[in-house]
Write a protein that binds this ligand. Structure first.
Ligand code: C5J
Length: 228
């Protein structure tokens, strides 16, 4: 089974070894009043990928495959937020400050929720992560190993921050990673394009990129997946 990808085809094993990873599709990054806007960004740019991420999510759900959502967040007392991270930004609101959707990037606050269109089902894995990368101070690697997942299809926001950091962390841990081109977005279009180019340069030094249509076509080649 293959996905038509860059820089060359991405080979998929048994689908029970593949996970869809959806990074930080949170109100704090996609809606006005959250962290993204406080840092001076046009959050509407990110909303364009929601239907595409939903298509992938629906396809994974239909085939009963592993789905992992991540949420960038901190404990209310900020004990898991390095001072360096908390102080950085100099936007109108910093991490922990009270905004229109509750405290910025604090676990359990309304703004910290995943947007309603992509809300996780109880059967899906949700990783609460204090870093940009999803492996930093989380149990993600343990969960993937328990399920014998080897291949990650990575989506979400923002391309050059949490998505790219997660993909690099995963690559170094031995996972075969593919970034879905039209299911990731940045506040900076040029950063998105640069990230995609960096990933697939040098014969895929960090992994592969492909369109969601190519991913869906590749997945569609299997009628029923082994389910863990
Ligand atoms: C950022 C993220 N940009 N999810 N977080 O702070 O990319």
């Amino acid at each position: 089974m293959r996905i038509d990808a860059q820089p060359y085809d991405y080979e998929l094993p048994n689908l029970s070894q593949v996970a869809l990873v959806i990074i930080d599709m949170q109100r704090d990054f996609l809606e006005p009043g959250g962290f993204g806007e406080a840092l001076g960004n046009d959050v509407h740019r990110l909303q364009a990928i929601v239907p595409t991420v939903k298509l992938l999510l629906d396809s994974f759900r239909a085939q009963n495959l592993t789905i992992i959502h991540t949420i960038e967040c901190h404990l209310p007392d900020l004990s898991d937020c390095p001072v360096s991270k908390q102080k950085r930004g100099r936007g109108t609101l910093n991490i922990g400050d009270l905004g229109p959707m509750g405290r910025i990037l604090i676990k359990g606050e309304p703004g910290n929720d995943i947007i309603s269109e992509l809300a996780p089902l109880p059967s899906e894995i949700v990783i609460h992560k204090p870093g940009k990368g999803a492996f930093c101070r989380t149990n993600l690697e343990v969960l993937l190993n328990e399920r014998e997942i080897t291949h990650l299809l990575i989506t979400g926001v923002t391309t050059e921050v949490c998505v790219q950091t997660t993909m690099r962390e995963a690559n170094d841990r031995g996972y075969e990673c593919l970034m879905v081109e039209d299911a990731t977005e940045s506040y900076f279009p040029e950063f998105k394009q640069a990230t995609l180019a960096m990933v697939r340069a040098q014969s895929g030094i960090v992994g592969w990129t492909a369109s969601a249509a190519a991913v869906l076509q590749g997945l569609g080649g299997v009628k029923s997946a082994a389910v863990r």
